[in-house]
Design a protein. Structure first.
Length: 162
């Protein structure tokens, strides 16, 4: 974690004039697949996310986020993720991007044992000035089984500086 904080501070202190730090606040909906569908009786889930995005240069952003995801009373998770977002254009206000993140999630599974697990995801999204949307494919690697789900998230982009 200290390395991530150092990288973020160094990037902001030494970045070019176009460097931007954004706070993204969003809501999401998700559809479980594979082993997750066996645990939940609902076909969709919902969640909220707080994300920080810091420009590394005109195409790359470092992203870190904290989410709360819930499917029903039997399953919810609290993932903490970090990763990289790559823009297809150099425009700061309107762009499309691909991203990949990884992190850890604390899962609450009803009366069963709660656990911490690793999550990786890849996504494609777009930003239109202050609004954005992303579609992500998520995989949670449990020792016995792999859980997967697709999520669609919309967010409000709040520039914090520069």
């Amino acid at each position: 974690m200290a390395r991530i904080v150092f990288l973020l501070i160094a990037t902001l202190a030494c970045g070019d004039a176009y460097a931007q730090l954004d706070l993204n606040l969003g809501v999401s909906g998700s559809r479980p697949y594979s082993c997750l569908t066996d645990l939940t009786d609902s076909s969709i889930g919902y969640g909220v996310r707080v994300e920080m995005a810091a420009d590394l240069n005109d195409r790359f952003q470092f992203i870190g986020n904290l989410s709360y995801d819930r499917h029903n009373s039997d399953y919810s998770s609290l993932p903490v993720m970090a990763g990289l977002r790559v823009s297809t254009t150099s425009d700061d206000d309107m762009f499309c991007y691909v991203q990949a993140t990884a992190g850890s999630a604390y899962r609450v599974m009803g009366d069963e044992d709660n656990m911490t697990t690793w999550i990786v995801n890849g996504g494609i999204g777009t930003v239109w000035n202050r609004l954005g949307a992303v579609v992500e494919y998520n995989i949670s690697d449990d020792a016995a089984e792999k859980w997967s789900w697709v999520s669609v998230r919309t967010f409000l982009r709040i520039p914090l500086g520069f």
